[in-house]
Design a protein around this ligand. Structure first.
Ligand code: HEC
Length: 210
């Protein structure tokens, strides 16, 4: 093969490949249709023509290979629309935290029955420590005594080992992380509920250390 014929062959191959790319909604020519069309139901695809892909159907089911919508469901989707007022749970099955933000002096009423969903495993305090160091340490300090770098400049950061905080429940800490308290801003948008519980566990551990 000379250099020129090789070039021509390459150009020819490129041209054929490009033919496969059609614009707009047209997917172009499919060279191995069985690889494009799922035989199983898909949640979103809506090929509603029952005879679509009849020519590649190896089964004797009287319809096309590509047909995969569900005529019994709304919008012919296989996925179901959740019933009205469905509340999304997270991957642990937890419901969203619904207690409202309240002034500091009535927080105990709100958090009264709030219990950590985490079991007593020591691993949570370890993970909580890493999170505390990212989200809390710069204010509350490595030991929780309210002497972080930010506290050098701004007075009023709580000493979490102070007497008035020692009896504070994990639920209380969870609530404070979610909404903030007084001078402390809310951290709920940055820290997931699971992370808040881990941090709360760590704060309780920290309070027991000298
Ligand atoms: C920007 C600095 C800052 C950061 C970051 C911060 N805090 Fe605070 N925190 C404060 C200040 C200031 C107070 C005192 C609020 C007041 O009494 O007005 C406080 C108070 C608290 C209290 C006591 C609230 C109460 O009911 O009296 C807890 C618990 C607490 N913080 C936990 C945390 C945890 C856990 C984190 C990390 C997720 C965190 N804080 C991050 C500044 C901060």
């Amino acid at each position: 093969m000379t250099m020129t014929t090789m070039k021509n062959a390459l150009l020819g191959f490129a041209a054929v490949s490009l033919l496969g790319c059609a614009g707009g909604d047209n997917p172009g020519r499919e060279y191995a249709p069985n690889m494009y069309h799922s035989v199983a139901y898909e949640p979103l695809s809506q090929i509603t023509d029952e005879m679509a892909g009849e020519w590649v159907n190896a089964l004797d089911n009287g319809r096309g290979e590509y047909f995969n919508s569900n005529k019994y469901n709304e919008f012919r989707m296989n996925m179901r629309t959740p019933p009205a007022n469905t509340v999304k749970r997270n991957k642990f099955g937890w419901l969203p935290y619904r207690s409202k933000n309240v002034p500091k002096d009535s927080v105990d009423i709100v958090i009264g029955a709030l219990k950590s969903p985490l079991d007593s495993s020591a691993v949570y305090a370890v993970e909580g420590k890493a999170l505390y160091e990212v989200y809390c340490k710069h204010c509350h300090g490595a030991n929780g005594t309210g002497d972080g770098k930010v506290a050098d400049k701004y007075a009023g950061v709580a000493n979490l080992k102070g007497d008035s905080y020692l009896a504070m429940s994990e639920g209380h800490i969870f609530h404070v992380i979610t909404y903030g308290a007084g001078l402390m801003g809310a951290h709920g948008s940055q820290v997931t509920p699971e992370e808040r519980w881990k941090i709360a566990r760590y704060v309780k551990t920290l309070q027991k250390q000298k």
